[in-house]
Ligand binder design. Structure first.
Ligand SMILES: [Zn+2]
Length: 675
């Protein structure tokens, strides 16, 4: 509850800061809203949580590192695990308790918060009786630096910080026997058992395929404002600190295992099982998969200026032959995101092709992604590529720049959505001439970003319906469930593309590469991204961010009137009235085209409700358009952006141009339908 208020407050203060000249808006954000304190002057990088380098070469604070031993019981569909967590308090407050996520308890009963919220999502079907999952901690012990060990097992409590739901067991807390001071450390040993669900939220088993995510007791994030350990919600994802993971996974001997990180050893145990060991550094989550049916393929990504990356693909046997689609898409993402925003900082990436109906496709974890493929994937359907690109792109916005997905899901989903079509565009460049000269579909043009997404078959054009549902500054887990996707994904992509059309790609690229460089291996808040946009552009865009992030106002500009008349042989008097129908404001161009082919372009600041332009010209007006370049992709109704005059009786000379205008208008109506 307090966090929601804090975020709303930061947006309000951002607005206040926007009215002063030469003020870095982030400087006005209170420390309670933005735990990582922000430096004061424009141009100075915001300071971050301090930490002592725990190891040479550490790129992240490494304050939540895990050694985990886990054993899969294939027959019983259970996991048994033991972990040692080395945790360091990187906040400025002492820790009197320790909070942990136990995500699988979201599927423990019908009244968990996840299940309650899920009922409001369209298409929800109740789970089968054998589908439930759960996690139980059998023991938790705290080891202190002086060698003291305290058993905390009988002090385990469940809390529900978001909604007080007593039936929710997704957040566990234990008191610390001594308060852990800032920069103090603790070693926590946990033993647990878990029942593996049939797939829920991209986790679980189907036949002999396992996808195991959010599976171990995982410590929350202690911030200056207290523990940030949200319950598992139906519409938001995760948030955690960085660390080093050493994970030993024991499965039946004939299973192929894939996981975050790199495999560093494999041994047969002589009891029908084998153990695969994985190691990963500077990541904040760890997922794994196991199945005897995977085809294991590897390729190397190489680039003159970027790290070598060993790409591993675990492919379903029925998809043999589709290796290129996945590798090409992953390599394109590593290349273009690497060139545009900064290099992928790991030297391994695993792509998992999920089993049919496993529900585990299309998800990102650090250094491991799940793709999506249909049974029959004709070349013209780009689904496997686009899913692979999307999830690989998340390695930048989520994996490395680790935002809080519970509270600001748009920061990973929206930025990922925004970048994804540009990669597709680059990949298509190579085929463009072939497409043009040898038929096939028309290549997309960069302007049609919104249209492209819808025709690509992945999502419905729901942004317009959800435009007023939630303000992105509201914590994501508090969104109305049905609005989470259109707000986090579509609205963010649309306002990012609007910004790109307004400022140009080189500027937006510089904003995002600066953001990546400054916030990699950290947890930025929205205000940090906005501050970088202001810094890079040298101007204050608070007016824009306040509207698209802080509010839920819609944008709609329209041509209200177009009249063009004359008396006798006098020049034509043309009157154009342009209207702002939405509450949102944005500068737009107004273009009037005359019969002699001439055009007049006005730059309207878009603030008043109405503006009138009057022209005296020898030619009659044909058409008036507001925002003809379609800069403002957030405009919820594009059909009203153009008005065309009816032809005058008996004027054959106009036929051709009117026909052309009619075609143009049809095209725009079609386009607007999709947007
Ligand atoms: Zn995503």
């Amino acid at each position: 509850m307090t966090r929601t208020i804090a975020l709303a407050l930061s947006a309000a203060l951002l607005a206040a800061a926007g009215s002063a000249q030469n003020v870095d808006p982030a400087a006005s954000v209170p420390a309670t809203a933005v735990p990582e304190t922000v430096a004061g002057s424009v141009g100075a990088p915001p300071s971050v949580q301090t930490f002592d380098q725990p190891a040479p070469g550490a790129r992240s604070p490494r304050n939540a590192s895990y050694d985990i031993d886990v054993r899969l019981d294939h027959a019983a569909r259970t996991l048994r695990g033991r972990e040692t967590l080395r945790w360091r308090n990187i906040s400025s407050r002492p820790a009197a308790e320790l909070q942990f996520h136990l995500y699988w308890n979201a599927w423990r009963n019908r009244d968990s918060t996840w299940m309650r919220e899920r009922r409001f999502v369209t298409g929800y079907t109740p789970p089968r009786d054998d589908a439930w999952g759960s996690i139980d901690v059998d023991a938790i012990r705290l080891h202190r630096a002086d060698g003291t060990v305290t058993d905390l097992t009988d002090q385990i409590r469940f809390v529900a910080p978001d909604d007080g739901n007593a039936a929710d067991r997704t957040v566990m807390t234990v008191p610390s026997p001594v308060s852990i001071a800032p920069n103090g450390t603790a070693e926590i040993e946990i033993e647990w058992r878990a029942r593996i669900p049939r797939p829920f939220a991209r986790t679980g088993y189907i036949d002999d395929y396992y996808f195991i995510a959010q599976w171990f007791p995982k410590i929350g994030v202690l911030e200056d404002g207290g523990w940030n350990t949200h319950q598992f919600h139906a519409v938001s994802e995760f948030y955690s600190d960085f660390g080093v993971y050493d994970v030993a996974i024991t499965v039946p001997r004939d299973f192929v295992v894939g996981a975050s990180g790199r495999e560093i050893g494999r041994a047969e145990n002589g009891d029908g099982t084998m153990t695969a060991r994985y190691h990963a550094e500077d990541i904040h989550d760890f997922a794994w998969t196991a199945s005897p049916r995977f085809i294991d393929v590897r390729r190397t990504f190489q680039h003159p200026a970027l790290n070598r990356v060993e790409m591993r693909l675990l492919l379903q046997p029925e998809h043999a032959g589709q290796e290129d689609r996945h590798f090409d898409a992953a390599a394109a993402t590593l290349r273009y995101f690497g060139e545009w925003f900064g290099p992928y900082p790991y030297d391994y990436l695993t792509i998992v092709d999920p089993a049919f109906q496993s529900g585990s496709g299309g998800m990102e974890y650090p250094t491991l992604i799940t793709a999506g493929t249909r049974w029959i994937a004709p070349r013209a359907i780009a689904v496997p590529q686009s899913v692979t690109i999307h999830e690989a792109a998340h390695q930048w916005w989520y994996g490395v720049v680790a935002t809080n997905e519970f509270e600001a899901a748009w920061m990973d989903e929206g930025l990922t959505m925004f970048g994804e079509p540009r990669i597709t565009e680059e990949m298509d460049q190579a085929n463009r001439l072939a497409i043009r000269f040898f038929g096939g579909f028309l290549p997309w043009v960069i302007d049609d970003i919104a249209l492209r997404r819808e025709t690509n078959g992945n999502r419905l054009p729901t942004y317009r319906l959800a435009a007023e549902a939630d303000a992105p500054a509201t914590a994501t887990f508090r969104y109305w469930p049905a609005s989470a996707t259109p707000i986090s994904y579509d609205k963010t992509a649309l306002w990012m593309h609007t910004l790109e059309r307004h400022l140009g790609w080189p500027v937006v690229q510089q904003i995002l590469s600066t953001y990546f460089e400054r916030w990699k291996f950290r947890h930025p808040q929205p205000a940090h991204l906005f501050a970088i946009a202001n810094e890079v552009t040298g101007s204050d865009f608070s007016w824009f961010f306040d509207q698209v992030h802080g509010g839920s106002n819609t944008f709609d500009y329209a041509v209200q009137e177009l009249v063009s008349e004359r008396t006798g042989e006098d020049p034509y008097v043309t009157t154009v009235v342009v209207q702002r129908l939405g509450e949102g404001t944005f500068p737009v161009d107004v273009v009037t085209t005359f019969e002699d082919g001439r055009q007049v372009r006005e730059h309207w600041d878009g603030r008043d409700r109405r503006v009138m332009y009057v022209y005296e010209r020898p030619a009659r007006a044909l058409t008036a358009q507001v925002d003809p370049r379609r800069v403002l992709l957030l405009d919820v109704n594009y059909t009203n952006n153009t008005r065309t005059l009816a032809p005058r009786a008996g004027e054959a000379s106009l036929k051709w141009s009117l026909k052309w205008m009619g075609w143009l208008q049809d095209l725009m109506l079609t386009y607007a339908f999709f947007v």
